[in-house]
Design a protein around this ligand. Structure first.
Ligand code: PAP
Length: 329
């Protein structure tokens, strides 16, 4: 009896690449991928070919507006969480956080705040963005050097979020193994660790991604706000206040008194979002279940997975890479 294979999900398909992208990847250095079989090095960072397609289309066609806000994250640093927070914060005059019809109750944060290069500019080479009314809110994982020129040159705001590299690695390892098909097998933690330490991870090297935005946030603090997952977890209300001031929509005294900050933190909490039906059963158009974006949502889970040697090795790399930058995890 023949066992039929499940269809290949869209995130693993290669058939939509433009000739330009095919020509480009044929000249790029390659490495083992985490989900798709191959990573390509473009502008110093590693990508599967689909992401690369989205990046080059976005670089060519995206025109930033001065009022845009773009959430930039290293993958697995709390993107889903911050999408929810930013959406709720920026739309709080239209949708009260406790409203029964709040869009977050029936939509994934990924649907409300789409990725530029892994949704909008992958679905069409030059998508029509006219349905996004100002102020627009997008997200991306693109490294600073790869951002479209208009994003770097305009006064649009960048909110950057990253996370302790050890937790980022563990989260990425679980996530990518969930996206691999059964016949691909899982990547062992040892192999994932070796790749990550060698800089070969989604949008990696991790440290170069982080340092690119860290340096820009020091040079231009009105343009780039640099946040860490651990600080968001530790003092969510304080970080929310900082975010609202950075975005030019600070909380009024009345809102403070009314408990709006606490309300937004609760609405966007791991427990609340991960238990919503949409996040349990929904899917991205590219095929990933929304549920893969919710695992534990904790700080320090690496302690349950990495050996002492692994920890020492990764800490040493990070110490060297971040030395003199003023940045620590
Ligand atoms: P992405 O970059 O691929 O979009 P992202 O949302 O950054 O993914 O990664 C998911 C991580 O954020 C998961 O971390 P974990 O594997 O260590 O558990 C996920 O659990 C966590 N996460 C998702 N939603 C929240 C939330 N509301 N609060 C805190 N952490 C969250």
């Amino acid at each position: 009896m023949q066992i039929s294979q499940p269809p290949v999900p869209k995130y693993l398909k290669k058939d939509e690449l433009t000739q330009e992208c095919k020509d480009l990847i044929s000249s790029l250095p390659t490495e083992r991928g985490w989900v798709a079989s191959t990573f390509y090095k473009y502008q110093g960072f590693w990508h599967p070919c689909r992401h690369l397609q989205g990046i080059i289309s976005c670089q060519k066609h995206f025109r930033a507006q001065e009022t845009d806000t773009i959430l930039v994250t290293t993958p697995k640093s709390g993107t889903t969480w911050l999408k929810a927070i930013l959406f709720t914060l920026m739309n709080r005059t239209h949708f009260h956080h406790s409203a029964d019809n709040h869009p977050l109750l029936s939509n994934s944060p990924h649907a409300l705040v789409p990725f530029l290069e892994i949704k909008l500019f992958l679905e069409g080479e030059n998508p029509d963005l006219s349905s996004f009314t100002s102020p627009r809110l997008f997200s991306t994982h693109m490294p600073y050097v790869s951002l479209p020129k208009s994003v770097r040159d305009s006064q649009c705001k960048l909110v950057y979020l990253c996370r302790d590299p050890k937790d980022t690695l563990i989260s990425l390892w679980f996530f990518t193994n969930k996206l691999r098909l059964q016949n691909m097998g899982s990547r062992s933690l040892e192999e994932a660790f070796e790749l990550f330490c060698g800089g070969v991870s989604m949008y990696g090297p991790f440290w170069d991604h982080v340092l690119g935005y860290w340096e820009e946030s020091l040079k231009n603090p009105r343009k780039v706000l640099f946040l860490k997952y651990e600080e968001m977890k530790d003092q969510p209300e304080h970080q929310l206040r900082k975010l609202s001031e950075f975005l030019g929509c600070p909380f009024s005294e009345e809102e403070e008194k009314e408990g709006v900050l606490q309300g937004i933190v609760k609405l966007c909490s791991f427990d609340n979002l991960s238990n919503l039906k949409i996040n349990k059963v929904g899917k991205l158009p590219s095929g990933e279940d929304y549920s893969v974006f919710f695992r534990k949502g904790e700080v320090g889970d690496w302690k349950n997975h990495l050996t002492m040697e692994m920890v020492e090795h990764l800490d040493k790399i990070c110490k060297e890479k971040f030395d003199g930058s003023g940045l620590r995890f």
